[in-house]
Design a protein around this ligand. Structure first.
Ligand code: 8ID
Ligand code: ZN
Length: 352
């Protein structure tokens, strides 16, 4: 028998401290067709969750807010009259930022499920994974294959999926140079690995010895410490034989990660904009964007297929999230460390 209430991590209003609170559990009888109830096993903490808690962005989250959007749970109920469910009771599945799309609008029909006009966002417009029990959607959850632990899979559902797609659409080929500002963070350290798996050469940019050591272990070809370098453009030109990089996948939560990208990309290079700093504008020279035929591509998470592919690569062992496991009740401390840029890799919270 299910308990009536559960503990969740909740933010009462934008900017309030995150607190552990009691929250009702949805009665399986009340699930709509297509919905399922998950018993959560673990969840990653993404910098997006911190932006949401702080109310950083022009599109505001619901409050009170239960954040979290890279979680793994087990299906313990499926709504009555659900048809053609691709997942079964007892199966391990992942919840991503795109909790559900309508699959009927123009954007969905084109495969841009993340841009669906009726989209539901985990931990932003609906309750997220910082909870023990969560309502999700059978057609949108990501099956987790055997052979990868729930903790290792969790952050692939946002961080991994997002950088995998950004690299996939970067129009680079094996041997090309990809610059990854934010390379020691949650998204960045997975981007280094997916890029190497795809045969790209990686210039990792971040700050401090811990992140330096991490990215070199993960196979980065060149390291730049943004807190020390006096000439990032010069460093990148030097590493690339004078020509600049073929692409940049910017995964910083600060706008400083974007500056100079137009200058250090070579002709026909691509700036993949991924990091979402608060109140930031792209400061790009229009002249050099045109003169060098640069493409600026906003890359927003990914669709179900991208999630399948990102998880499959991780399950093969080729990409491994570097995480430290903590408890849901540790979340306030995790936000604090994240805001200070202290986390190398990811923090995954267990539900126990
Ligand atoms: O769909 C999307 N586009 C998407 C999906 C998921 C997350 C976008 N995001 C966004 C988040 O909202 C956040 O703004 O990507 C950004 C990074 O998320 P994260 O990887 O979860 O954050 P993190 O673990 O804190 O890593 C950020 C790293 O950037 C470094 C920090 O040291 C940290 O390691 N960094 C910063 I801040 N400024 C830098 C700079 N100027 C920098 N590294 C290099 N140069
Ligand atoms: Zn995320």
């Amino acid at each position: 028998v299910l308990p009536k209430t559960q503990k969740v991590a909740l933010v009462a209003t934008a900017g309030a401290t995150v607190e552990i609170k009691d929250h009702p559990i949805t009665d399986p009888e009340d699930l709509a067709p297509g919905e399922c109830l998950l018993k959560m096993l673990c969840t990653g903490v993404c910098h997006t969750d911190l932006h949401a808690a702080l109310g950083d962005w022009p599109v505001k989250p619901i409050t009170p807010l239960i954040g979290g959007h890279e979680g793994v749970g087990e299906i313990i109920a499926i709504g009555k009259n659900t048809t053609n469910s691709p997942v079964q009771l007892g199966q391990r599945v992942g919840v991503k930022w795109i909790a559900n799309s309508c699959y009927n609008c123009e954007q969905c029909r084109k495969g841009y499920e993340q841009n669906c006009h009726n989209v539901k966002l985990s931990g932003y417009t609906i309750d997220g994974t910082f909870s023990h029990y969560l309502v999700s959607y059978v057609h949108s959850v990501t099956p987790i294959p055997d052979g990868i632990s729930s903790e290792a899979a969790a952050s692939i559902l946002c961080a991994g999926l997002t950088v995998y797609r950004a690299l996939k659409y970067s129009e680079t080929t094996p041997g090309d140079w990809v610059v990854i500002p934010g390379a020691g963070g949650g998204l960045g350290h997975l981007a280094v690995q997916y890029a190497k798996y795809m045969g790209r050469r990686v210039i990792a940019i971040d700050g401090g010895e811990e992140k330096h050591k991490l990215v070199m272990e993960l196979g980065a070809d060149y390291w730049i410490d943004f807190t020390k370098s006096k000439d990032i453009v010069g460093d990148i030109k030097k590493a690339t034989g004078g020509y600049g990089a073929h692409a940049a996948v910017v995964t910083t939560a600060s706008s400083s990660g974007y500056t100079q990208a137009i200058d250090y990309l070579r002709e026909n290079g691509r700036l993949m904009a991924v990091g979402l700093p608060a109140d930031a504008k792209l400061d790009a020279s229009i002249f050099f964007t045109v003169f060098k035929s640069i493409t600026i591509h906003g890359s927003y998470v990914g669709n179900r297929q991208d999630a399948f592919e990102a998880i499959a690569i991780a399950a093969s062992g080729a990409v491994k999230c570097r995480y430290v496991t903590k408890k849901l009740s540790d979340i306030a401390q995790v936000y604090d460390d994240m805001g200070k840029g202290k986390i190398a890799g990811r923090i995954v919270l267990s539900m126990d």
